[in-house]
Design a protein around this ligand. Structure first.
Ligand code: XMP
Length: 333
């Protein structure tokens, strides 16, 4: 609408004023905030923005290609895609403790991003060198990092955040979404032409499938999990609730599949199978601090389990997680 149109014009003018004729780097994750920040900054300064998209090999099915199709194919933005999956999977080999996995993934992520940023800062191929680092920080992040929340006595899970990166890289910070709430960021994304599905996506943790494969992460497990999870998400979009007319994807706050590295016995045709197990997880929550497991329709669960077992060879059992938070957490690790 026109109000959002006015907002975009103002924000674009402010970014142009702040950046001048300098260049900007942004870490694109495929998540809502960095995507909207990238689209807005690209609208303002075009090719003076370079996005760095680090693929750690723990993304969802086709996610990397979808990000590239959108930002390069449709928006014609300059994106460097770094395929670091071998590096990440190599360093994760033999590691099964969740916080240890988070530390490795978060640390490597920063290393890979820094390496790219240093190159971009130096400048090459028609680029004179970046002086700004853009981040998709939104208003709730600003409050959280300054507020009492960060002083929690016990850290249950260490979320990897990239605080302090601009200083370490000697870059100035550009944060065009700092004053916006999540729903405003989403509206802005739609107004900038990002697809509805990208802008209304459930949150996805930084360590990605790394914390959705219990214990040691292996490529074989990640490949099975990606396919199973894609089926679950597809059917959540397909099934609508008659009372509200909304899809079950829209009616849940977060939904995903967890890979359990244990084998169970099954029967298929005349044969015995001995394959892996997955758990489906879907929750409803307003703040992610507490959450209820979602009462998904049996027909949806039946469809998903049938499809996963038939289509993903290597998985022969599907379970549904009926634990609320607390005492369970949303993710299994
Ligand atoms: P839990 O599992 O703690 O999750 O109930 C609450 C929310 O946080 C997300 N989460 C993470 N996000 N890095 C992230 O960026 C992480 O390491 C991480 N661990 C959990 C989780 O997906 C949920 O939205």
């Amino acid at each position: 609408d026109w109000i959002m149109g006015d907002y975009i014009e103002e924000a674009v003018a402010a970014i142009r004023k702040q950046v001048g004729d300098e260049e900007v780097i942004l870490g694109l994750s495929g998540g809502v905030d960095s995507s909207v920040a990238a689209a807005l900054i690209h609208r303002a300064i075009g090719d003076k923005l370079t996005c760095v998209f680090v693929d750690h090999g723990l993304l969802r099915l086709n996610e990397g290609d979808m990000v590239m199709d959108m930002f390069v194919g449709k928006l014609h933005a300059h994106v460097i895609r770094v395929d670091a999956s071998d590096l990440f999977l190599g360093k994760l080999a033999g590691v099964s403790e969740p916080e240890a996995k988070r530390k490795i993934i978060g640390g490597l992520f920063v290393d890979v991003f820094k390496e790219q940023a240093a190159k971009l800062k130096a400048g090459d191929g028609g680029h004179k060198g970046a002086t700004f680092l853009a981040q998709g920080t939104i208003y709730p992040d600003v409050i959280e990092s300054g507020g009492a929340k960060s002083k929690k006595a016990v850290t249950i899970k260490s979320h990897h955040n990239v605080g302090g990166l601009p200083e370490q890289l000697g870059l100035k910070l550009l944060e065009p979404l700092r004053e916006l709430f999540k729903d405003e960021v989403r509206e802005l994304g739609v107004a900038l032409g990002l697809p509805h599905d990208m802008v209304y996506r459930h949150p996805f943790p930084g360590p990605g499938l790394g914390v959705r494969i219990l214990g040691e992460v292996k490529k074989e497990y990640a490949d099975l999990l990606r396919r199973a999870d894609a089926i679950f998400i597809e059917e959540l979009h397909n099934f609508t609730d008659e009372a509200t007319g909304k899809s079950w994807y829209a009616l849940t706050s977060q939904a995903f599949t967890v890979f359990l590295p244990v084998k169970s016995v099954g029967v298929m045709g005349d044969g015995r199978t001995y394959d892996y197990v997955v758990a489906l997880r879907a929750v409803q929550t307003s703040d992610f601090m507490t959450a209820d497991w979602a009462e998904l329709p049996y027909a949806l669960l039946k469809k998903v389990s049938g499809r996963i077992i038939n289509e993903v060879r290597g998985i022969n059992r599907v379970t549904y997680d009926v634990s609320s938070k607390p005492p369970a957490t949303i993710e299994w690790e």
